[in-house]
Ligand binder design. Sequence first.
Ligand SMILES: [Zn+2]
Length: 298
Amino acid sequence: MNAPYALPGDDVAYSFGFLDEFAKREVRRAILKAIAIPGYQTPYASREMPMGRGFGTGGLQLTLSLVGPDDTLKVIDQGSDDSVNAVNLRQFVELTCPGVQTTTHTRQASLIQSRHRVPEVPLTDAQILVLQVPYPDPLVVVEPSEARRKAMHAEGDYSRLLTKLYEDIVQFDEITISHRYPTRINGHYVIDPSPIPRYDVPKLHQSAALVLLGAGREKKIYAVPPYTDAVPLAFDDVPFRVEDFHDEHGQRRACCRCGATDSFLDELIADDGSKSWQCSDSDYCDEQLAAHQAGAAT
Ligand SMILES: [Zn+2]
């Protein structure tokens, strides 16, 4: 096993949050612009980070530009605080931001960086959610030219995207997009909400917390400001719907660990082929389990 990485002794060579102050200021300016124009993909000079692009460098640059010594940070990957990506990003912030607290509890965090999930617990206006984004532009599936895509966004012309959804309905009887579901923000720009499942898309609508999305490789930052409309694209006669967790008897499946019937579930397949379901949000699962055990003990 590799020895844990440590910064060189003369830590004065690194500013708080690894990025230099000029870089942080530039990211903050892009954030302000992104908030002022909800859903607009604001370009910024994405910096080289000491990790591969695609490992959350966009989200990390947002986090490092926002985090201060009074903050409590939670990092989630696919709902879990313990996966490799989440652990590494959290350790990197601990290493470069002395004084910043880290937590696994959603309710205690002031800043939450996440990949692929929005926490189950409703976020408050005292919290900021940072989502890591691989592909920021929902139009990329229908238009290869960025210049043309920009014009389409400016004109609010999403007809080709709607045609794509319609073709899905013709072919499969429903819209087959499972994640990265195109979502219209504040009645104008349509965003790629990052690879969160459909289940999480309604949580963006009128969210009390500021939601920031950062794409490091594509050099874009965009935002869903607090209490802003976020409406998934759909048709009047084919409404948007989230993942269905009902079994063949019409019963809502429950988490096999905590028994919750109101969370997004991961399907687990055992060696013998039997299936079970468990909360994807590990903190929510722990919380429900603790509540059950406390209830059973009294
Ligand atoms: Zn659970």
